[in-house]
Design a protein around this ligand. Structure first.
Ligand code: ATP
Ligand code: MG
Length: 343
């Protein structure tokens, strides 16, 4: 397959829903093989819409997109065999065992009988559920359910996995546990993963690169570190020893103020806050400037811009974890109940 090392190639994709809502407005980006790529954005940004286009569930109004070198419109069926999709809502049946859920899933892919069993064992092992395979899902914890949901998306060994809000509404320990398994898929099975999230810490620690999406367009795309660095800023926060003479302190501040890397020094709550463009890189210069002065520092701390600052900068709004709507979490939690009723 000719994918040029790119698992996803999105070129100027737009989606206008019937009724006129423009959910995506000319989005373009590429994701190389084996990357964990995050789409970070607030409610209604267009994250799920983009995943639906890439998983062939929704035809775009404009633009082109390829998954593993295949066009998502012209080559729908082959694209589907290449990808796994775990939706925002749980899709497993909690009256069945984990094993039976996976058997159903293998059936949906018309998998040959002979390979079903080893394949099911393989995915159970990948998400750490082998021991509980024969227990009913309603005895599982929230994290185990989500892991089973992910296992269902892996049954046909896709090269790329789409995870829509994989940890929405889960507690912090469970979220870390899910992150562990997502990382494992990349490392052990060499999978490419595109996930959406509201959670800054998730994007920051799990994703190699992230795209900030807001109101249907990409505002920024890079590694979390680069996004923070590009924003500039960064503080060196320090305090002098109490015994330091005020004349020496003034001398030190004077010396620092002359240096090019120092943008501004302010005093707040007894601490000096030195503004620079990259506090980590500039720290040696800070110590050089104080060299030779008979002055002891009581403490020095660094503060880099956070991903919150980055998000605020690009969207003009703060993306707090609380912005995950209650309604949305309830929707995920009740999805299995509803699923059962409709059977
Ligand atoms: N089937 C639909 N018909 C009409 N409008 C829709 C439909 N699905 C989504 N939208 C609208 O498209 C926009 C993007 O929605 P989308 O679900 O892609 O956002 P999202 O980033 O996934 O949000 P969330 O974080 O809440 O999951 C929103 O304005 C939404 O109301
Ligand atoms: Mg969504």
């Amino acid at each position: 397959m000719h994918n040029n090392g790119e698992m996803i190639n999105v070129n100027n994709i737009s989606v206008v829903y019937p009724g006129g809502i423009k959910a995506l407005d000319g989005v373009s980006f590429k994701v190389p093989e084996q990357e964990i790529f995050g789409l970070l954005g607030p409610n209604g940004a267009g994250k799920t819409t983009l995943i639906m286009v890439l998983t062939t569930l929704l035809a775009p109004t404009g633009g082109k997109a390829q998954v593993n070198g295949l066009d998502v419109v012209k080559d729908k069926n082959r694209v589907r065999l290449n990808l796994g999709y775990v939706s925002q809502e749980l899709a497993i049946d909690d009256e069945l065992s984990g094993m039976d859920n996976l058997k159903l899933q293998a059936g949906l892919y018309h998998m040959e009988k002979a390979i079903r069993k080893p394949r099911i064992e393989e995915v159970l092992d990948l998400v750490g559920l082998s021991e509980r395979a024969h227990d009913r899902v309603d005895t599982y914890s929230g994290g185990m359910r989500k892991r089973l949901d992910i296992a269902c998306g892996l049954i046909h060994r896709p090269g790329i996995l789409f995870l829509d809000e994989p940890t929405l509404g889960l507690d912090i320990q469970t979220r870390h546990e899910i992150w562990h398994y997502i990382n494992r898929l990349r490392e052990e099975v060499k999978m490419t993963i595109l996930l959406t999230t509201h959670y800054m810490d998730e994007a920051d620690s799990l994703c190699r690169r992230i795209a900030i999406i807001d109101q249907g367009s990409l505002k920024a795309i890079d590694t979390p570190d680069n996004l923070k660095k590009q924003l500039g800023g960064g503080l060196i926060i320090f305090q002098f020893d109490q015994a330091a003479a005020s004349s020496t302190i003034n001398q030190a501040l004077g010396s620092l103020n002359e240096k090019e890397f120092v943008k501004e020094i302010t005093l707040k709550n007894g601490e000096y806050r030195l503004l620079t463009d990259n506090s980590e890189e500039k720290l040696p210069l800070f110590f050089d400037a104080l060299d030779g002065l008979k002055l002891n520092l009581k403490k020095v701390t660094l503060k880099m811009p956070s991903l919150d600052d980055v998000f605020l900068y690009y969207t003009g709004r703060q993306l707090r974890d609380e912005s995950v709507s209650r309604e949305q979490i309830d929707r995920v939690r009740s999805s299995m109940r509803r699923l059962r009723k409709t059977r």
